[in-house]
Design a protein around this ligand. Structure first.
Ligand code: HEM
Length: 397
C-alpha cells in the first residue's frame, strides 16, 4: 500500500501538540477503559453463576448482589473512559479510524444500539435478581451477550484499522463497490485473549474485596475467607489461561520471540506467583495495573510498527501547537481529574469502612474535597464559556 494516500487523509491543520504525547495518553486511557471492561464483564459473568448458586449458599447470596452492583457501575465507567482513547486515536490515526468507520458503518450504528439495549437490560437483571425472580439469570445472560458483542464490534474496528492493505479489497471486492458498511473481520486469537482477561481481573477484585472487608464486623469470618479464596482460585486460573491465549495470539502473528511479547510472558508468570503468595492483594493489583498498561502499550506497539512499515509515521504528523486548547486540557485534567477522582475514591473507601451509616458532612476530608470540587467546577464553567465566547467573537469584534 502507498502511504501517500494515507498521508493525504491526515488533518491538513495538523495536530495541536506532539504526537508522542497523544500516543502516551492513548496508552494510558485505553488501559483504564480496558480495566473497567474486564471488571464489568468479569463481575457480571460471575454474578450469573452466583444467581444459580445463591439459592442454596448464603455466601453466594451476599456476593452475587455485590458483584451485580460492581458490574453495573463499571459499565458506566468503561463507557466514560472509552471516550478518551477514542479522541486520541482520532487525533493521530485519523485516516485509519475514519476509513474503518466508513467500511463498517452499519456496525457502528449496531454498536450504539447494542450498548443501549444491553445496559438497559442490565438494570432489569439487577432488579429481577434483587426480587429473586426465577427469570433473572436468563435476563442476565441476554444482557451479558449484548455487552460481549459490543466488545467484539470494538475489536473489529481495532483490527481492521491496522490493515490498510485490505481496505480496497473490503471496499470493492472483485472490483464491485460495496457500500453496505457491513465489513466485519474479527481476529479471534486477539479477541479471546483480550476479552478473557476479565477472568483474572474479577479474581483480583475478589481478593481486594476480601482484604477490604477484613476489618468490617458486618461480615462473618467465613464469608471473608470465602471471597479471598475464591478470588485467588479464579485469578490464578485466569492468569494461566491468559498467558496461554497470549502465546497463541503471538504464534498466529509470528511474534513469539519478540522482546516485548517476552516481557509480557514474564509479567504474567510473575503475576501468578504474586497472586498466590502476596498477603496484601492491593500490591498485586498495583502490579496488575502495570501489566494492563503493558498490554495497552503492546497494542500500540503493534499498530505503530505496522503503520510505520508502510510509511505512515505518526511522528511525522505536521504539528501546529495550539497553546490555548492544550492549557485548557491540562488544567481540566489536573483539577477535575485529580480532585474529582480522589473525592469519589475517598468517599467510597470511607463508606465501605464505616461501621454504621456514613455521614459525609461530619467528615473533614470529604467535606473539604467536596467544597474544593464545587469551586473548581464553578470556576471551570466560567473560564470555559468566557474563553469560548472570546475565541468565537474575537475576529468579529
Ligand atoms: C460494553 C461495551 C464495550 C466493551 C465490552 C468494549 C471492549 C473493548 C475491547 C475488547 C477493545 C479492544 C479490542 C482489540 O484491541 O482487539 C476495545 C477497544 C476500544 N474501545 Fe471499547 N468496549 C466497549 C465500549 C466502548 C465505548 C462506549 C467506547 C467509546 C466511548 C469504547 C472505546 C474504545 C476504543 C477507543 C478502543 C480502541 C480502538 C482502537 O484503538 O483501535 N469502547 N473495547
Amino acid at each position: 500500500m502507498d502511504a501517500s494516500v494515507l498521508n493525504l487523509l491526515r488533518d491538513p491543520a495538523g495536530i495541536p501538540f506532539y504526537a508522542v504525547v497523544f500516543q502516551g495518553l492513548y496508552i494510558l486511557t485505553w488501559a483504564f477503559h480496558a480495566l473497567f471492561v474486564f471488571l464489568s464483564l468479569g463481575a457480571m459473568g460471575l454474578s450469573i453463576y452466583g444467581t444459580f448458586r445463591k439459592k442454596t449458599n448464603e455466601n453466594w447470596k451476599i456476593l452475587t448482589g455485590h458483584l451485580l452492583q460492581t458490574g453495573k457501575i463499571s459499565v458506566s465507567l468503561l463507557i466514560v473512559l472509552g471516550v478518551a482513547p477514542l479522541l486520541f486515536t482520532q487525533v493521530i490515526y485519523d485516516p485509519n479510524w475514519y476509513t474503518v468507520n466508513a467500511l463498517s458503518g452499519l456496525w457502528v450504528v449496531i454498536f450504539i444500539y447494542s450498548l443501549l439495549v444491553g445496559y438497559s437490560i442490565y438494570y432489569w437483571y439487577y432488579y429481577a435478581n434483587k426480587k429473586d425472580s426465577s427469570s433473572s439469570s436468563f435476563i442476565g445472560i441476554i444482557s451479558f451477550g449484548f455487552l460481549i458483542f459490543c466488545g467484539l464490534i470494538m475489536h473489529v474496528f481495532s483490527v481492521q484499522a491496522i490493515q490498510p492493505d485490505m481496505w480496497m479489497q473490503w471496499y470493492a471486492p472483485n472490483g464491485v463497490v460495496d457500500t453496505s458498511g457491513t465489513t466485519f473481520n474479527p481476529e479471534m486469537s486477539r479477541f479471546l485473549f483480550i476479552i478473557l482477561l476479565s477472568i483474572p481481573v474479577v479474581g483480583l477484585f475478589l481478593q481486594n474485596y476480601g482484604d477490604f472487608i477484613k476489618t468490617n464486623e458486618k461480615f462473618t469470618e467465613n464469608f471473608k475467607k470465602f471471597t479471598r479464596d475464591l478470588g485467588t482460585k479464579i485469578a490464578t486460573f485466569g492468569l494461566i489461561l491468559s498467558l496461554g491465549l497470549f502465546v497463541y495470539w503471538m504464534s498466529k502473528i509470528n511474534m513469539l520471540s519478540d522482546i516485548y511479547a517476552i516481557i509480557i510472558y514474564v509479567s504474567f508468570t510473575l503475576m501468578v506467583f504474586l497472586t498466590k503468595n502476596l498477603k496484601n492483594s492491593y500490591y498485586t493489583t498495583a502490579f496488575a495495573i502495570i501489566l494492563i498498561l503493558l498490554i495497552s502499550g503492546f497494542r500500540e506497539y503493534l499498530r505503530y510498527r505496522l503503520m510505520a512499515d508502510i510509511g505512515y509515521d505518526i511522528y511525522d504528523y505536521p504539528v501546529s501547537i495550539e497553546w490555548s486548547s492544550i492549557t485548557m486540557f491540562v488544567l481540566t485534567f489536573v483539577s477535575f481529574g485529580a480532585v474529582g477522582v480522589s473525592f469519589i475514591a475517598t468517599l467510597a473507601w470511607k463508606v465501605g469502612k464505616s461501621k454504621g451509616v456514613f455521614d459525609a458532612s461530619k467528615d473533614k476530608t470529604v467535606s473539604l474535597m467536596a467544597n474544593m470540587l464545587l469551586w473548581i467546577l464553578s470556576l471551570w464553567c466560567v473560564v470555559y464559556f468566557a474563553w469560548g465566547f472570546f475565541t468565537l467573537f474575537k475576529n468579529s469584534i
